[in-house]
Design a protein around this ligand. Sequence first.
Ligand SMILES: [Zn+2]
Ligand SMILES: [Zn+2]
Length: 345
Amino acid sequence: MKAAVLKKPRDRFYIEDIETPKPTGHEILVRVRAAGMCHSDIHIWEGHFGPIRVEERGVRFPLVMGHEIAGEVAEIGDQVRGLQKGDSVVIYPWIGDGVCKKCLVGDENLCVRGTAPLGILRPGGYAEYVLVPHWRYAVKIGKAYLDKIAPAACGGITAYNAVRKASLEPGDHVMILGVGGLGHLAIQMARKIYGASVIAVDIREEALRLAEKLGAEYLINPSKAKIDEEVMKITGGLGVDAAIDFVGTAATFSDALRSLKRGGRLVIVGLMGEYATLTLPLLPMRSIEIRGAYVGGLRDLYDVARLVEKQIISIETSTYPLEEINDVFERFRKGLITGRAIITP
Ligand SMILES: [Zn+2]
Ligand SMILES: [Zn+2]
């Protein structure tokens, strides 16, 4: 099979012919139709997650990346149940040990022994085929949605999990910081599932236009106005019920914290990796909660697949053949691709 192989960090991808794996037991082989490009691919390509080298986290080169995978079941092992050749599926990539309590209830992203994700610690979807270690990681999806659903496997479930953690109620004000691959989904989820009013924050005007198109009621560009002052104007001096920070810098953290209402929730998703200072008495005195959200569980992928199929949320994508991966990845790194870039091997 053809695969885009990264032999070492900061290298180009080589399109090579490598052996097609053969599924046994509970495994399935998926013919990849769509593999989304995620920001963590850039970290792996650069060779470090912030101060931590990717090898210290278990990444081995050469590597076939790609952890947002959708395609058709091509072959199944002899223990597989409920799936057949030809079924259209989106793959949950955050493979845990499968036996701890977190894994057993579908929160494999929180596996107590850590995860060995497809496309990061195992071969992923920038290839014609991917071997999935167990059929339970495949979520069925209508064939028509294959290239739209791929980003659900990481971006989609991360946004969904973060919005869930914001504990929104109808009429709540929620501020969403960063309208990129995740933020544009969170805006739709907060509005359409929870009936919240969205305040979208981004320094890029085109991102704010997208936020507006997706139904954000208020837009703030922090290069033109102070976030907390604008929020207080919008909310009559009360602040927002929740803020979801998809950026995760010291600046967005303190802006979000200052914008919260009494009893407000701050959900941090972005991994910009900075340090922040915190006035501790403010947390008890204002009953503020700070929560972290990291990807999502199997059930989140099941839910997001339904939201996409029912066209309650739409994922902005653009598709490219495997052969163009070097060019696409470079443009992605430079922030020149709008919507999720999808490789179609
Ligand atoms: Zn990802
Ligand atoms: Zn586990």
